[in-house]
Write a protein that binds this ligand. Structure first.
Ligand code: DON
Length: 282
């Protein structure tokens, strides 16, 4: 369990859910697919898409798109790479993206929640303030990254305020069913069927999938590509979303984590499914 966030240590570990949502609108579920959990780093994809809509390719002057090969909360590369995080999915990268959204979007917290509600088609999604307060109280590592980036000129807003925004995003409570719907446009060339909206261009949607395939599971991205073979994004709440381009989105959730901070049962479930059905982008 993600014990470093005290409020997440209290979740019952003995849970498992899976949902699959096809581009034709068919939904399949099993287990605890409707239970809400803390999406944590899965929110980094929503955060990045909001920034892409604002900044386009200018994003890449402040964050890279290379895998880091380091744990999600590592600081080591930041110092010798002059405050430019390797990618938008490690914590340092997501903090820079949060800073960018904070600069350009009026009421970014509200904008984020409304964006995710629209993507999901569920008007009842909420932040979990018990979780975000708990993370804010134990923020030392994330705060250290943000201040280090500020010292390199790559962080422009008030660090403590941006940390609040970032932690609130991570605390969003969603179920596997919510997440497959929210991510379905990435399986459908940028088009979200249930809201009838082109969320991203086809090209930008491919770019997000490429980033998820190379960096979505941190220092375990290679292992995930090897075992599952799909673009994916995990969170320390135990959720993993994966994309089968032109076919469907899938989400698994089970709270117990492996050493890299990814769901142990979730990884296995996706591996078994991909083998059984022969899914892989490779
Ligand atoms: O900032 C953190 O550490 C968490 N809010 C998010 C980390 C996370 O989910 C990494 N995922 N595997």
């Amino acid at each position: 369990m993600a014990n470093y966030i005290p409020a997440l240590a209290e979740v019952n570990p003995d849970q498992f859910g899976i949902a699959i949502y096809s581009n034709d609108g068919t939904l399949h579920t099993a287990g605890d697919a409707e239970s809400e959990f803390s999406i944590q780093s899965i929110s980094k994809v929503f955060n990045l898409i909001l920034a892409m809509q604002q900044y386009g390719e200018d994003i890449w002057s402040r964050v890279g798109h290379e895998p880091s090969g380091q744990p999600f909360n590592s600081l080591v590369q930041l110092e010798y790479e002059s405050g430019i995080p390797r990618n938008p999915f490690i914590n340092a990268g997501a903090l820079v993206i949060s800073d960018m959204n904070y600069s350009r979007i009026a009421a970014p917290q509200y904008a984020m929640r409304e964006f995710v509600r629209r993507l999901t088609g569920n008007p009842n999604l909420h932040y979990d303030h018990a979780v975000s307060d708990s993370e804010f109280e134990t923020r030392a590592r994330n705060a250290a990254m943000a201040y280090l980036m500020q010292s390199f000129g790559n962080f422009h807003n008030n660090v403590e305020e941006v940390l609040r925004y970032y932690f609130n995003n991570c605390s969003l409570r969603m179920s596997c069913v919510d997440l497959v719907k929210a991510f379905s446009f990435l399986a459908n060339r940028g088009y979200c069927r249930h809201s009838d909206t082109q969320i991203l261009s086809e090209l930008d949607s491919k770019k997000i999938n490429a980033l998820m395939a190379t960096s979505g599971l941190y220092d375990e991205a290679g292992n995930f590509a090897y075992r599952v073979g799909l673009p994916g994004k995990s969170g320390v709440g135990g959720g993993i979303v994966a994309i089968v381009p032109d076919q469907f989105s899938v989400c698994v959730w089970s709270p117990e984590l492996n050493a890299a901070g990814n769901s142990l049962a979730g990884m296995s479930a996706l591996e078994i499914l991909s083998k059984r059905i022969g899914w892989s982008i490779f």
